[in-house]
Design a protein around this ligand. Structure first.
Ligand code: COA
Ligand code: MG
Length: 336
């Protein structure tokens, strides 16, 4: 291990993040009763400019009046380049901060963007005398944000999550996309000719670079990496495949832009029972090995060592959190 220890963000269940437009107050109760781990009320792109004030008021009312149970609740504020953002932050935190777990920041470009929001939230918390610490979720969805991702990820102790915002990222990169978060028939590899002269076309994942980079930046800073939206909510197989590949890369969860995607996210990001059982066996075998003074031993014909313990512990910890059904106070690096 490096001599540098990486403090971990507060441990939260974050398999599914349901997006709810702030202007659609009729969705709020349904969102609260859903099985989503996290719900965010959106004040940004799903809300038309004329509806911004109403959506902000709806969000404050929802934080105060709706029973969200053990869910993590977030509000997505408007971007720092808009005339709405300061009012979003001040009203939502001052008036709804008692139940607000996280502020979601869109289109983060630089560490200074995060610094500015951290400073304002800190002032409000101090003025209110609150000791609990509201977290930040940062959406990486521009060339600037992706280029600066390491410094953005390290900018504030409040930050808990990095999300990949695929639609805005594609627009910023001028990338050709056909669907939000899906594959693209233009992004393929054509194989060489086989003996019979045939060639195969393999579809590749146009989001791989950005997602892998985001996972590295998040984990290097103790944050949760979360995959963004998949727009075609009628394509369940497409959603499951996207979620499965994000889980394989190391993400903790994925957005759901429609209730039909929540259970698929929860399933894809829950470690399979066989993996949890195997992780427990590894921990038992390593505990026995350590007593016998051995560093590496074999289990079922495969080598296991100290690195296997860390992987196994991560799987077991996640499974315990799922059984407990929500956020945990452990792993916090924040005061309060
Ligand atoms: N949260 C809670 N409930 C929702 C919901 C949401 N985001 N989206 C739909 N529902 C509810 C509907 O009210 C409906 O309930 P009912 O069966 O009791 O009438 C049910 O789920 C099925 O909804 P459906 O008719 O299929 O969807 P819709 O046409 O009303 O809405 C969207 C489709 C995409 C507009 C809507 O799901 C939505 O606004 N999603 C979030 C978009 C967003 O926040 N984008 C920003 C982030 S990318
Ligand atoms: Mg966006």
């Amino acid at each position: 291990m490096s001599f540098t220890a990486v403090p971990q963000a507060r441990l939260r269940l974050n398999r599914s993040t349901l997006a709810v437009p702030g202007s659609r107050a009729e969705f709020f109760e349904k969102a609260a009763r859903s099985v989503a781990d996290v719900v965010f009320i959106d004040l940004e792109d799903s809300v038309a400019p004329d509806e911004k004030d109403k959506a902000r008021k709806n969000a404050v009312a929802a934080l105060n009046e709706i029973d969200w149970g053990r869910k993590t609740v977030a509000v997505r504020i408007n971007g720092l380049d808009t005339p709405y953002m300061y009012r979003d932050l001040v009203d939502v935190v001052e008036q709804g901060g008692g139940r607000l777990d996280m502020i979601m920041m869109p289109k983060v470009g630089t560490a200074a963007d995060v610094y500015a929001v951290d400073m304002l939230v800190t002032q409000i918390e101090q003025a209110k005398g609150w000791t609990r610490c509201i977290g930040l979720e940062l959406i990486i969805e521009s060339a600037l944000g992706l280029a600066n991702i390491e410094s953005v990820a390290a900018a504030s102790k409040r930050t808990e999550v990095l999300h990949l915002g695929v639609a805005d990222l594609a627009a910023s990169l001028r990338a050709r996309t056909t669907g939000m978060g899906g594959a693209n028939p233009g992004y393929t590899v054509l194989t060489d000719k086989r003996a019979d002269g045939r060639r195969d076309t393999h579809w590749a994942d146009p989001w791989h670079y950005a997602l892998a980079r985001l996972v590295v930046a998040a984990r290097a800073n103790g944050l949760r990496p979360i995959d963004g939206p998949f727009g075609d909510f009628t394509d369940a197989d497409g959603y499951r495949a996207a979620a499965s590949r994000a889980a394989a890369l190391g993400c903790d969860g994925k957005w759901a832009i429609h209730p039909s995607q929540i259970e698929m996210a929860n399933a894809e990001f829950t470690p399979p029972k066989a993996d949890v059982d195997q992780a427990r066996r590894i921990l038992d075998a390593m505990a026995k090995a350590q007593k016998e003074g051995k560093g590496a031993v074999s289990l079922d014909g495969k080598m296991i060592d100290a690195a296997s313990i860390r992987q196994a512990e991560a799987v077991v910890k996640k499974s315990e959190l799922i059984e407990a059904g929500g956020a945990s106070a452990s792993g916090m690096r924040h005061a309060g």
